[in-house]
Design a binder for this molecule. Structure first.
Ligand code: SF4
Length: 219
C-alpha cells in the first residue's frame, strides 16, 4: 500500500458567508446528548477537555507523526487517480461538504480499486450509535466531494491498534438516514427545533458539562 498525504488547494475550500457548517464530530455529540451542543456552542460555556480527550489528542498526534515519516506528498486528485489501480492510504484528510454544511478530518482512508474505507479511531472497541453516526457523517462528506462510483465502507478502529471492530457499507439507506440527521442538527443550530437533553443518568454522570447543566438527570 502506498501512503499519501494530500495537499489541498485551499481556494477550493472557501466557506461561503451565508452557509453554516458544523464539525462532523457533533454527530457523535448529538448522539450522546444534543444538549451538550447547546451548552458549549449556543450558551458558550467553557469547560476543559476530559482526560480521555487529552489522551486521544496525544495518541492522534503520535500516529500522525509516524504516518508522516513514510508518507509522500500528493494531491487529492492524484490519490484518487492512483487508487484506481493501486491501494492508497491517507490520514487526517480534511473533508468539507458544501451540500450538507459539514466538515472535519477523517482519521484514515484506504483507497483501493474497488472501494474507499473510511476509518474513525476510537478509544475502546464498542460501536455506539453516536460514533457510528459520526463515521457515517465522514462518509457522506467524502461522497459529496468525489465524483466516483466506488463503494464506500464505514469502519471504527480501536485507537493505536489495527483492530477494526465495526464495519458497515455506506449504502443508500444509511446515506438517507445520515442526511436526515445532519439536517436535524442544522435545524437545532438554526433555532428551528429544541435541543433535547438525555434521560440517561449514566451519560450525565460522565458529562463534562454536568456542573453547568440545568437539565441533568438526578444521579
Ligand atoms: S449533564 Fe446530561 S443533560 Fe446535561 S448536557 Fe450533559 S449529558 Fe446532557
Amino acid at each position: 500500500m502506498k501512503y499519501g498525504k494530500p495537499i489541498f488547494d485551499q481556494s477550493k475550500l472557501k466557506i461561503t458567508s451565508d452557509k453554516k457548517y458544523f464539525p462532523i464530530s457533533w454527530l457523535n455529540t448529538q448522539g450522546f446528548c444534543e444538549y451538550c451542543i447547546k451548552l458549549e456552542y449556543h450558551d458558550e460555556i467553557k469547560v476543559g477537555p476530559t482526560k480521555a480527550m487529552l489522551k486521544g489528542t496525544q495518541e492522534h498526534s503520535a500516529l500522525e507523526a509516524k504516518f508522516l515519516e513514510e508518507a509522500e506528498e500528493t494531491t487529492f486528485e492524484e490519490m484518487m487517480e492512483s487508487s484506481k489501480t493501486a491501494e492508497m492510504l491517507s490520514r487526517e484528510m480534511w473533508v468539507e461538504s458544501e451540500s450538507y454544511g459539514i466538515r472535519g478530518y477523517i482519521d484514515e482512508i484506504w483507497m483501493t480499486p474497488e472501494e474507499f474505507v473510511i476509518i474513525d479511531d476510537k478509544p475502546g472497541q464498542r460501536a455506539y450509535s453516536s460514533t457510528i453516526n459520526q463515521v457515517y457523517g465522514y462518509c457522506l462528506a467524502f461522497k459529496d466531494i468525489i465524483n466516483d462510483d466506488r463503494r464506500i465502507v464505514a469502519s471504527l478502529r480501536q485507537r493505536g491498534t489495527d483492530n477494526i471492530f465495526w464495519v458497515a457499507p455506506f449504502d443508500t439507506r444509511v446515506e438517507r438516514a445520515t442526511i436526515e440527521l445532519v439536517e436535524r442538527v442544522h435545524r437545532l443550530l438554526n433555532g428551528e427545533e429544541e435541543f433535547i437533553p438525555t434521560k440517561n443518568a449514566n451519560k450525565c454522570r460522565s458529562c463534562r458539562f454536568k456542573t453547568h447543566c440545568d437539565m441533568k438527570c438526578e444521579f
